[in-house]
Ligand binder design. Structure first.
Ligand code: CA
Length: 482
């Protein structure tokens, strides 16, 4: 039956059949992604430090994923993994410096091929022009918070205003002019709340007279952890710059007192940036309601990775610790996903592309390494769903943050991490190299990852099993050990 006559047929069947027919239509997909927004700064995830009423609307109307993880916790590689459904060693984007090869196949091209109209607005950060999009309007590189330049299909233009608000404006503009006869795949990618955490003027004084609660491990000494972890240069206070904190450090402030002081400055600006993101999410959700398309639009809110919010005394990401490994992921699709549900399956960023293709009725191409989790979102987790995940961070010689390359495996209960060790001279001539080291965490007994039990004889058999699992995953995904 041709699609037109099928539609006529359904129309003739009356209201009940029309509802079924509408649910079978390919959904619109609105993919909202922030940059460095940790799930523990979203109230739907139980944040102790802020409220995000609009992002929470997605959770209330849909599903919250509690174990969604990135495969490489850094901006550019995570974006490439989302597009291609592949690990870094397959898609060629290992580090912040790698350029994405736009001639490769990816999810946007696949969706456009089957009739989706495709657009991206905001942060792209893959160093080459976007491909597969009908429309793109992106920030150059990291972009700027205030009066940012955008590249509208190669035309550079500076705009007056605040970056997050402008990304919201441009996303709405595109929605209003879209072809209403075709489904859309629209990527709204925020720069916020990425460093240097510069808030909108209207939120500059938010939290001003408040003390933001500290994480319980802000003063972690990182004892017993790998030596290279104890030496990372992402410690709150000690490694924050003037640009991060926007104030001069009081003379003589050191150690825990410095950390305590700096935490308030950096976390408040980080949260202020999120408040604008939340506002923009609200505007987009309102538009879907007004337009009458909320029912058949899959709305996703996520972030390219998580972030340390003073946890372990750190900011930034890169490590395989929970705070930066975990991506927030909220999905609302009233036509298929039950409202107010929670899912704790292990989902990866390489699964996003197969998910979108599934909703569009397209079989994922063989080169994609992820798997659609549509059934998981809809409350029907397949019996053979994965019970472990593989992670790998490749930026070995980053002289800014001093986090050497590392990889590992996480199961529901345990996490085993291998660090290559710090190269000689990474932290200056007086800093020696550190040897390769391992960490093991028992997440059931130690969810905050405070106790490395790798050398504890009680865990010898766990170490052995996890090393075998790590090797199995490396083989399955076609990666090779360091
Ligand atoms: Ca990021």
């Amino acid at each position: 039956m041709a699609s037109n006559s099928r539609r006529d047929f359904l129309r003739s069947l009356g209201a009940a059949a029309v509802v079924r027919g509408a649910a079978a239509e390919r959904p619109n997909i609105l993919f909202i992604m922030a940059d460095d927004h940790a799930s523990h700064a979203i109230s739907a995830y139980g944040s102790r430090i802020n409220r995000t009423p609009n992002i929470d609307r997605i959770a209330a109307g849909g599903v919250r994923l509690d174990n969604c993880f990135c495969t490489n916790s850094i901006c550019t590689p995570s974006r490439a993994a989302i597009l291609t459904g592949q690990y870094s060693h397959k898609n060629g984007v290992y580090t912040l410096a790698d350029r994405f090869d736009g001639s490769r196949n990816h999810v946007v091209k696949e969706l456009r091929n089957v009739g989706y109209q495709t657009a991206i607005i905001g942060k792209w950060h893959l160093h080459t022009d976007p491909t597969g999009f009908d429309y793109w309007n992106i920030l150059p590189g990291q972009g700027a918070y205030y009066n940012p330049v955008f590249i509208d299909r190669r035309q550079q233009k500076q705009h007056q205003g605040y970056c997050t608000d402008l990304i919201g404006d441009f996303t709405l503009d595109w929605l209003k002019q879209r072809d209403r006869k075709k489904p859309f795949f629209l990527l709204c990618h925020h720069k916020a709340p990425h460093r240097p955490w510069e808030p909108a003027p209207k939120y500059a004084r938010l939290f001003e007279n408040q003390n933001i609660p500290e994480p319980d491990n802000l003063y972690d000494r990182l004892e017993g952890r790998a030596r290279c972890v104890a030496a990372v240069q992402m410690k709150v206070g000690e490694h924050n710059t003037k640009r991060d904190l926007k104030v001069d450090r009081p003379a003589g402030l050191e150690g825990d007192a410095l950390r305590k002081w700096a935490y308030q400055y950096y976390i408040k600006d980080y949260l202020r940036c999120i408040q604008s993101v939340d506002d923009t999410v609200g505007r987009l959700l309102d538009y879907l309601d007004e337009e009458g398309i909320a029912h058949n639009t899959l709305v996703i809110y996520t972030s390219d990775q998580g972030f340390f919010l003073g946890d372990h005394g750190l900011y930034d990401k890169r490590l395989m610790y929970e705070e930066c490994l975990r991506m927030p992921f909220l999905a609302r699709y009233p036509a298929g996903i039950k409202a107010g549900t929670v899912n704790s399956d292990i989902i990866l960023n390489i699964d996003f592309a197969p998910l979108f293709l599934d909703y569009a009725g397209v079989k994922p191409p063989a080169e994609m390494q992820g798997r659609s989790f549509r059934a998981n979102l809809e409350g029907r987790t397949p019996g053979d769903w994965r019970t472990s995940m593989y992670y790998r961070y490749w930026m070995h010689n980053d002289n800014d943050h001093h986090v050497p390359a590392n990889y590992g495996v996480r199961t529901k209960r345990y996490k085993l991490i291998y660090y290559y060790g710090k190269p000689l001279g990474m932290a200056g001539a007086n800093e020696p190299a550190t040897p390769p080291e391992w960490e093991l965490f028992d997440l059931e007994k130690d969810p905050r990852e405070m106790r490395n039990v790798y050398h504890d004889p009680a865990y010898a058999s766990v170490v052995k099993e996890l090393k075998a699992e790590l090797a199995r995953l490396q083989k399955e995904f076609g990666d090779t050990p360091a």
